[in-house]
Design a protein around this ligand. Structure first.
Ligand code: ADP
Length: 248
């Protein structure tokens, strides 16, 4: 539980849609600083699980705690993002007509108006923070370019940077390498790996080579619950996992 270093704790979570159990007695424990990959065939419940963590979907039963006993099931979606859970969806949604730097600047601020943020003077501290994030995501050279001019991979990294501007403790990342070149995938693996430790990262991903390249621990979901958990080698050699994937 929380007292054993877990930052995220889901227990006995179930949710049905029209009588269909999308999540069925799910238990998931994520340790602070982990980089965890969630895999599983289509319909396994991966998206629904992320939706429950972020408050988008309410489970029918179970418990979900974050950090020092924050009860996620009693918080709204905006409240959950404020306690330090950031989510990146598959499709990047950057501000195409603003520069990379401005995208980060806009993500740092609360709900002030765009013009107010962009015309306000940044403190040295804020500027340093943006520079630090630019370095983490590897886009220093592109800082003044319009986000709309970036490659698909660069937009994905920028969006991760935009999440980082909000100082999340837990980052939920949905299929980050879909549509990426091999080179971009390698860079994304480096980026996510570098975030672990200081942040906790949970990645849902279909690309097994990518999962192998980043994961220390993999959770396999199937029919709304955990089918197997362990290293990539362990889960790939698990006969139950093999059976589920052969059936795809
Ligand atoms: P995955 O992300 O692993 O592909 P999902 O979480 O999207 O799986 O879906 C799990 C199951 O729940 C699927 O069978 C899907 O059709 C069903 N499901 C998900 N969301 C809804 C919804 N809002 N209404 C009805 N069924 C849903």
């Amino acid at each position: 539980d929380i007292s054993h270093g877990n930052i995220l704790y889901l227990e006995d979570i179930s949710v049905s849609f029209d009588g269909f159990k999308a999540i069925n007695d799910l238990n998931l424990y994520i340790e602070a600083g982990e980089l965890r990959c969630i895999i599983g065939p289509n319909g396994a419940g991966k998206t629904t699980m992320m939706d429950i963590i972020t408050g988008k979907t309410r489970p029918d039963r179970g418990s979900a705690y974050f950090g020092q006993n924050i009860d996620l099931l009693h918080l709204s979606e905006p409240e959950i993002s404020q306690v330090g859970i950031g989510r990146k969806f598959q499709k990047p949604t950057v501000f195409e007509y603003h520069s990379v730097f401005e995208n980060l600047e806009l993500s740092m601020a609360g709900d002030k108006r765009v013009w107010a943020i962009l015309t306000a003077r940044l403190s040295a501290e804020q500027r340093d923070f943006i520079d630090e994030v630019l370095e983490i995501i590897g886009l220093q050279a592109e800082a003044r370019q319009l986000a709309g001019s970036l490659s698909h991979g660069q937009k994905q990294w920028l969006e991760i940077g935009m999440l980082l501007m909000q100082n999340p403790k837990l980052l939920l990342v949905d299929e980050p390498v879909a549509g990426m070149t091999h080179q971009e995938m390698d860079r994304t693996a480096e980026l996510l790996t570098s975030l672990a430790g200081q942040h906790t990262v949970v990645v849902v991903e279909h690309d097994m080579d990518f999962v192998r390249s980043i994961a220390r621990k993999v959770t396999v979901l199937h029919q709304g619950s955990v089918l197997a958990e362990g290293s990539m080698d362990e889960v790939q050699n698990d006969p139950r996992v093999v059976e589920v994937y052969l059936g795809e």
